[in-house]
Structure formats: structure tokens, C-alpha cells
Write a protein that binds this ligand. Structure first.
Ligand code: PLP
Length: 524
């Protein structure tokens, strides 16, 4: 079998866990390697295909319990490529392959133990030096697979995090949070563990209600249910008002968490066009309501993910009026509300809700305490059912965390942290847009959102963002491809780029590399 391996790694056995770990590490190493191979004129798309094939062959032989020798692996790969086995050049005879190999080696194992090692490039040094001309091809991939792929890439500090869904963890007041968490745990009244069952800690709900009040919104403490992040809030809201087999309206594109929830619960979706600056198309929504039995809408009216669109106040008011007149609940995902750059932030649709049909879902994950898993829903007329569902599904959210965040909101200069965070993100957005302008080929379109940390970029029609995603990963760069955000796998030529990390020369180089990848489509 053939496996990418660092020379200092121990010999291999036919152990699947080891093999999987090895392949994971190998693919990261490979990113660096492929950059050098491209400079030497290799056809990287072909190389990536070969790598996947090698893994396939290794894995399937493992499942079958076969032990393939090097010739068998080589002919199996050649067969799958529909080519002559002679076209695969052993790297130990390929001078360039050896030169590229650096500290990597391809290990050839037989009978359970890695026996002989040949210099890297045996499989990769397929003698093709043509430049890559990827075709526009829609690839059908399950949204969940893509989401998990991108999440996986976010874990790895070695990967340039342009595809990450998270802001840089360095932007948050960890020491302060730890102090408040520690002190609230030390001083916690043990009875609070019972008293704070859903809807949740009274101290935290009071702080959340105070923040609504500052926006001029009067949301009673009794309407707020504390949850483990906005995602739980959204899921509870959805399950409260929609049953499997029923239909909801969602935006297109939309946050993949919404697609996954619908998929998991067996709920049908009607996708409503959403403009990258102005948000949801209300006349399309009206028509969808007339045609379908819509049980609820799940929308992001402010800093929409992924487009960054913020609907006008008039549109939000009209949206609430329309839905209320049909008795349709609005599940409002407002996870990015606190990241609006303007000193006069836009109000959520919930601000126009007089009949309690809007379930407004918020979060501390993006603005204060990632990883603490704290969010809430102001659930209007559905509060009691949402709180019951919370008890049924997870009983409660960690009380020390609720108390610690409540303390932080009350005493911890939350507003000055937010002001700094917004300034930082605004600066990073300007730097990211500047990089994109300098490095991307003409023909792309992007809007500068009024906050958050995502750019939603429409590339030339010929671009296949799923392919760009794979090619970029080979260079150790993550992006989020457009089809992740659509139930029907639309937006094949869109990318979501994250600018939530301090903008370094490495980021600029990564954008340059992406620009190079995108140029190949122009050429093709
Ligand atoms: C639009 C949107 N809603 C909800 C969430 C989930 O937020 P939380 O981490 O608070 O569960 C995310 C996280 O990526 C998001 O982007």
C-alpha cells in the first residue's frame, strides 16, 4: 500500500485507526507540498485525484482484508484512471519528484508492516505537466458533508481559516470571563441549580432584557428562555411550531444550520430569494405563502449568514405584518446582531412584533464567549412550549456559565469589549476587501456587509466553488463553498470568506493563491 508519510513517523501496520490518523496528517502536509509541485508545473487537479484514488484503494483493500503489494496498488489506480500502468512514474526514478519530496516519503507496506520506503512522488509524479483548466461542473455533495469538512478544517491551526464559521478566538476577553465564571461558581447558591431550570437564570434573563430595553424594545424577562447557543434556540423554536412533513420558508442562500435542522426533522423547505444587500424578497414570500401551507419562516433579517444583508426597518415591519396576518410564526435568527459596526444598530424584526409571533434567537457565541455555548430565545406567545421542550430535550443549560455571563454583562465592561471587537472586525473587513480587489480576477461581485465577519463573493459563472474548495485545501487554505448554503445546491460559483481573524501577510498570500486558482477558470 502507498501512504503519505513523514520519514520520522513509526512504521505502519494495517491498523485502520492509525491509517485514518495518518491520512489526515498527510493531507495537511500535502498542502505545502502541492504548492511546490504547482510551481514546478504539475497538474494539481490530476494529483489531487490521484491522492483520493490512492486512499480509496488503500481503504477498500483494507475493508476487503486484502494486502496489496506496490504493483497491485499501482495497477488498481491506473485501472480506475482508465490509463496504462506505465503512465505512473515511480518517484524513485523521477528526479523532480525526489527534489520536491523534501521531508516526505511514500511508504510501501506489505504483509502488515511498512517494508520499503521509496521517495515521494511515485503516485503523484504522474508525468502530466499540463496546466490545470478546471471545467464548470456542479458537484452534488450533501450539505452536511461539506459543513463537517469545513468544521474539520477550522480545528486545524495550520490551515488558513478563510472558510471558518468562527471569528478568531484571540478577539475575546478570556481572562475576564474566567474571573467572572470562577467567582459566580464560588458564590453560587446551591438552590439556584433548581430555581434556574428553564426558562433559566433570572440574573441572566434580566441582563438580556436590559439589552433589549436599550434598543427600545420591551421584552419581559418571562419571555426569555436561556439555551445552549442560538442553534439550540432555533431548533427549539422550530420544533415548537413545526412537525415532520410540514413546510417552512427559508432564505436562499441560508445558514446551513437551518438546512441541517430541516433535514434532521424531516421538514420541507421553500427557498425564498434573498438579495445580498436588501435581504428577503417579500413579494416572492407572499407568493410562496399563497401557494404552500407554510408553518413557519426561519429568517435572518440582520447580518444575514452568509450574505451579510440587513433588511431595512420598513421591510422588517412589513415582514412581521405579513406573517402575523397569516398567523405564521417567524423564527428570527439574530446571532450576529451585536457585531453591527454602526453605533446605531438596526433593530430586529422582533421590534415590530406586537402579537408575539416572532421568536427572536440570540447568542453570546459570536460577540463575547465562543465555546461557552450560551444563547436565548425571546419566544413571545410560544415561550411556555419552548421552555417545556428545552426541559424535555436537555433539561437546562450549564448554570455556572449562565451566572458567569450574567456577571460579565453586569460588571465586565461588555460594551467596551464590543466596541473594540467591532472596530477590529471593521478593520479586518477593509483589509480583506482590499486583498480581494488586488488578487481576484475581474468579474467577481461582493458587498461590504454592515458588520459580522463574512464576505459573500459571487465569482465568474464558470467557477466551481466545490472544486475551488478542494484545490484550496491542498494549499492549506479553507474556504466555504456556496452550495453549503442552499437546499438545492445552488450558488456553485459563490464563496464565503471569513475575515474574522487578524489580517496577516499569510492571509493576503492565501487570497492571492485563491485568485490564482480562480484565474484558471477564466483561462478555461
Ligand atoms: C446564522 C447563525 N445562526 C446560529 C448560529 C449558531 O450560534 P451558536 O453558536 O450560538 O449556537 C450560527 C453559528 O455559526 C450562525 O452562523
Amino acid at each position: 500500500m502507498y501512504i503519505w508519510e513523514r520519514t520520522d513517523w513509526p512504521d505502519l501496520t494495517w491498523d485502520s485507526a492509525h491509517l485514518a490518523a495518518l491520512l489526515g496528517q498527510a493531507s495537511r502536509e500535502q498542502g505545502r507540498l502541492l504548492g511546490r509541485m504547482q510551481d514546478l508545473g504539475f497538474d494539481l487537479r490530476r494529483e489531487a485525484q490521484l491522492n483520493t484514488l490512492t486512499e480509496d484503494v488503500v481503504r477498500s483493500s483494507e475493508i476487503e482484508g486484502e494486502k496489496l503489494d506496490s504493483d497491485q496498488v499501482r495497477s488498481s489506480i491506473a485501472r480506475r484512471l482508465g490509463m496504462d500502468v506505465g503512465g505512473l512514474v515511480p518517484a524513485d526514478r523521477d528526479v523532480e519528484g525526489v527534489a520536491i519530496a523534501g521531508d516526505l516519503r511514500c511508504s510501501v507496506g506489505r504483509g502488515g508492516v511498512a517494508e520499503d520506503r521509496v521517495p515521494l512522488g511515485f503516485v503523484f509524479a504522474l508525468a502530466s505537466r499540463r496546466s490545470s483548466t478546471p471545467k464548470s461542473r456542479r458537484t452534488r455533495v450533501a450539505v452536511s458533508d461539506l459543513v463537517f469538512d469545513t468544521l474539520e478544517a477550522s480545528r486545524d491551526r495550520g490551515i488558513v481559516p478563510l472558510g471558518s464559521a468562527f471569528p478568531s478566538p484571540t478577539l475575546f476577553p478570556w481572562a475576564k470571563l474566567a474571573r467572572y465564571l470562577g467567582s459566580s461558581a464560588r458564590h453560587m447558591d446551591p438552590w439556584n441549580t433548581v430555581e434556574s431550570l428553564p426558562p433559566g437564570s433570572i440574573d441572566l434573563r434580566r441582563q438580556i432584557a436590559r439589552r433589549y430595553l436599550r434598543l427600545g424594545m420591551s421584552i419581559g424577562i418571562e419571555q426569555i428562555v436561556v439555551t445552549s447557543g442560538a442553534l439550540e434556540a432555533l431548533n427549539l423554536a422550530l420544533q415548537t411550531v413545526v412537525r415532520p412533513g410540514e413546510t417552512i420558508a427559508i432564505e436562499s442562500p441560508t445558514f446551513y444550520g437551518c438546512l441541517q435542522a430541516a433535514e434532521r426533522l424531516g421538514i420541507n423547505v421553500v427557498e425564498i430569494p434573498t438579495h445580498p444587500r436588501e435581504g428577503i424578497d417579500l413579494s416572492a414570500l407572499s407568493k410562496a405563502i399563497a401557494k404552500n401551507r407554510i408553518r413557519a419562516c426561519w429568517f435572518m433579517t440582520t447580518l444575514h449568514h452568509p450574505t451579510g444583508a440587513t433588511a431595512s426597518a420598513d421591510k422588517k415591519r412589513e415582514l412581521v405584518r405579513l406573517l402575523t396576518s397569516h398567523g405564521i410564526p417567524l423564527i428570527e435568527d439574530d446571532a450576529y446582531a451585536e457585531l453591527q459596526f454602526s453605533p446605531k444598530p438596526a433593530l430586529p424584526a422582533k421590534a415590530f412584533d406586537s402579537k408575539g409571533f416572532v421568536m427572536h434567537c440570540g447568542s453570546f457565541s459570536k460577540c463575547l464567549a465562543p465555546g461557552y455555548r450560551l444563547g436565548w430565545v425571546a419566544a413571545g406567545r410560544f415561550t411556555k412550549e419552548v421552555a417545556r421542550l428545552k426541559i424535555e430535550s436537555s433539561l437546562a443549560t450549564s448554570l455556572p456559565v449562565q451566572q458567569g455571563i450574567a456577571q460579565m454583562l453586569q460588571h465586565g465592561s461588555y460594551d467596551s469589549h464590543l466596541a473594540g471587537l467591532r472596530r477590529q472586525l471593521a478593520g479586518q473587513q477593509a483589509a480583506a476587501l482590499d486583498s480581494v480587489r488586488r488578487h481576484f480576477p475581474p468579474g467577481y461581485r461582493v458587498a461590504a456587509p454592515a458588520g459580522g465577519y463574512f464576505l459573500w463573493i459571487e465569482c465568474a459563472r464558470s467557477v466551481d466553488s466545490l472544486e475551488v474548495h478542494r484545490l484550496a485545501l491542498d494549499f492549506g487554505i479553507a474556504i466555504a463553498p456556496g452550495p453549503m448554503f442552499s437546499a438545492r445546491r445552488q450558488f456553485g460559483n459563490f464563496l464565503r470568506l471569513n475575515y474574522g481573524h487578524p489580517w496577516t501577510p499569510a492571509m493576503d498570500r492565501a487570497i492571492q493563491r485563491l485568485g490564482e486558482i480562480l484565474r484558471r477558470y477564466d483561462a478555461g
